[in-house]
Design a protein around this ligand. Structure first.
Ligand code: HPA
Length: 261
């Protein structure tokens, strides 16, 4: 039995008759308080689930409810820049798919390139640009579910929520000011080091993907400040209430999903 099947068997045993309809992957510094928790497993107890090394990534999987939905919450994103393989970076997506979860929400921190993207605001991802080559399976269709995204934007009715183009860089270094100018000219609105490999994998598996980035800083060169992971974590923590509201709306707006009875 392959390692993903071992992991999905373990989680299936824990889930029993519960069928989560949405999986949520949270990035650095983010937490989400569920309305009720069925169980929580550490990443190290799940076969194939790589334990994150970056500060701010908890490394656990929680099953529970938020609003009317059963959700599987994955806190412990891993990145290429930690030395992980493509399989490890996208493992959580395949695990969710094996558990028959067809809807995926990806959350991460990003630097704001577009001038109106202030720290603390949230950008729904419309599409992405890869700043470095990324080998991934692609389908000839939108990676991000536009109707889910648009419904969330309308329901939130929040002036600090916008949509835009995410630029993916492999990291781990932050960008140079010249790179940010180049990304802006190419149509990028925000920049970060995660989310895209998972979104591509999920889309190739036919899952619906909603991605949102919390702007934790102005991108390099836009302000006289030195970027640091600590600063990003601090800003992510401050945006917690805003993010929880967005996720609650996103779960509510996911159409054709089973309602928790
Ligand atoms: N650049 C890349 N990744 C990031 C940034 C940034 O400015 N902020 C948060 N993650």
């Amino acid at each position: 039995m392959n390692i993903a099947s071992q992991a999905s068997n373990l989680l299936s045993e824990h889930l029993g008759i519960i069928q989560p309809s949405v999986a949520i992957v949270l990035g650095s510094g983010f937490a989400l308080e569920l309305d009720s928790v069925h169980w929580q497993l550490r990443a190290s107890d799940i076969p194939g689930f790589v334990t994150p090394t970056v500060e701010g990534h908890l490394g656990c999987v929680t099953a529970g409810t938020l609003g009317r939905r059963e959700v599987l919450l994955m806190q412990g994103r891993v990145h290429y820049y930690e030395g992980n393989s493509s399989d490890s970076v996208t493992f959580q997506v395949r695990l969710a798919n094996q558990l028959n979860i067809r809807n995926l929400i990806l959350i991460s921190a990003a630097g704001g390139i577009r001038k109106t993207l202030n720290p603390g605001s949230i950008m729904l991802v419309e599409d992405h640009i890869c700043a470095q080559p990324l080998v991934a399976t692609r389908r000839e269709r939108w990676v991000y579910d536009h109707s889910w995204k648009d419904r969330v934007a309308t329901a939130c009715n929040d002036s600090s929520l916008s949509s835009g183009i995410y630029v993916w860089t492999i990291g781990p270094s932050y960008e140079t000011p010249a790179e940010i100018i180049a990304f802006e000219r190419r149509g990028g609105d925000a920049v970060g080091m995660s989310l895209v490999p998972e979104a591509l994998e999920a889309s190739a598996l036919g899952m619906r993907v909603l991605a949102a980035v919390v702007i934790t800083n102005y991108a390099a060169g836009l302000e006289e400040q030195k970027l640091s992971h600590k600063g990003v974590l601090h800003a992510a923590t401050n945006a917690q209430a805003h993010l929880t509201n967005l996720l609650t709306v996103a779960l509510d707006q996911a159409s054709n999903l089973p309602i928790v009875s």
